[in-house]
Every structure is written in C-alpha cells, then in structure tokens.
Design a protein around this ligand. Structure first.
Ligand code: RP5
Length: 207
C-alpha cells in the first residue's frame, strides 16, 4: 500500500460536538501501529467556546500529517461521559490526549485520572481571571497523576500539538525529520524578521 498518500483533513462542527479526523499521511508506521482504531491524538475540550483556540492544535497536527479526533466533553457538565471516554481511550487506539478547559479546569485531570496515556493539558483564557485559574487547576495535579501543562491559550494549543508530535516522534523517524524542518523554518523566519527590524531601525536612526 502507498504509505505516503496525502492526508485529507475534514472537520465539522455539530451540536456542541467537534468531529475532526485528519486522514493518515502514514510516515513510518504511526497509523499502522494504531490500526484499526482511532487516530493517535485525541483532543477533548470542555466547551465549544474553546474550539477557536483548540482548532490551532488540529491545524498544526495536520501540518505534521498526524491524525486526530476532537470533541467536546465536560468534566462538570458531562462527568460520566468524561470518565467513560478517558477509560476507553487506550483500547480505542489513542496514543496521546490533549485536554483543554477554562475556569475551574478539571478536564485534563479527570482524563489523566482515568488513563495511563500521556495527557497534555491546555488552559483556556477564562471570563474572570484571564486563564490563571485554568492554568493552576490544570498544572497543580497531586503527585502520581501528571498532566503535562502547556501555556494558556493559543500558544499552548500550538505547543500541545508539537509536544504530541515529539512524543510520537520517539518511535517515528519521519516525524523527527519534520520536527527538525519545523524548527529550521522557525529560525529562518526569525532571521528574516530580524533583518526587517534592523532595516527599519537604521531608517529611523537616520531621521
Ligand atoms: C470550561 O468552562 C470550558 O472548557 C470553557 O473554557 C469554560 C466556559 O464554558 P462555556 O460556558 O463557554 O460553555 O468548562
């Protein structure tokens, strides 16, 4: 079979449930290990109000050709579902969970309590405390049940994708190469911006 066929992202948003499956690009076996179950990364968020931020995770995973699902499950509003979803994640073929929530953000912790898969927590900017509440709720897990907590908001959503790819890359040479290229591209962009800033500064300095 053609293991390098192109992925076909397809996302839909219905009835407070986000469904997104990025079809396999299949570099060196991640999806093969994962068959016939779900894509390796499962994204869950406490509310559809988190989706504009968490779509960043989906987009970046798609850039790396890593498949994901995304859905809305609340630790507070749908607690039984949160428990069942997390408990069955491993048998469904999931390798890494990304869990995002705002306010008194218990979702990542509840998921982590119900699976031994690695869980990456993304604190959302809330309505009262600008995400500091979610950051502390997500990161301050009691010893024994870790949640790998990334930055609040969009930066965290993007870093969650990169961290998930880094974990998968431990056993995937193709993903390691993509991560290296990603960093090289980022460094080149910084150099270009630096040249631009330098040129503007010289212009201003001339008066
Ligand atoms: C959390 O409460 C969600 O993750 C969201 O960030 C926040 C607000 O949810 P909505 O009231 O917008 O549904 O559970």
């Amino acid at each position: 079979p053609d293991r390098r066929r192109r992925e076909r992202p397809a996302c839909a948003f219905r009835n407070r449930r986000v469904e997104c499956r990025v079809r396999r690009a299949a570099p060196e076996g991640i999806e093969d290990n994962n068959m016939p179950g779900e894509p390796p990364v499962a994204i869950v968020m406490g509310s559809d109000s988190d989706w504009p931020v968490m779509s960043e995770t989906v987009k970046l995973l798609a850039e790396f050709g890593v498949g994901c699902t995304a859905e809305v499950i609340s630790a507070h509003r749908t607690p039984e579902k949160a428990h069942a979803w997390a408990s069955s994640a491993e048998t469904r073929g999931v390798k890494i969970v990304v869990a995002a929530a705002g306010g008194a953000a218990h979702l990542a912790g509840v998921v982590a309590a119900n699976t031994t898969l690695p869980v990456i927590g993304v604190p959302m900017v809330g309505w009262a405390l600008d995400g500091l509440d979610a950051l502390l709720s997500t990161v301050q897990m009691p010893g024994g049940i870790p949640v790998a907590t990334v930055a609040i908001g969009k930066a965290g959503a993007r870093n969650a994708a990169i961290l998930a790819v880094e974990v998968l890359a431990l056993e995937n040479e193709g993903l390691r190469r993509k991560l290296k290229t990603y960093r090289e591209k980022m460094a080149a962009e910084v150099e270009a911006k630096s040249a631009q800033v330098g040129a503007e500064a010289r212009k201003l300095a001339r008066g």
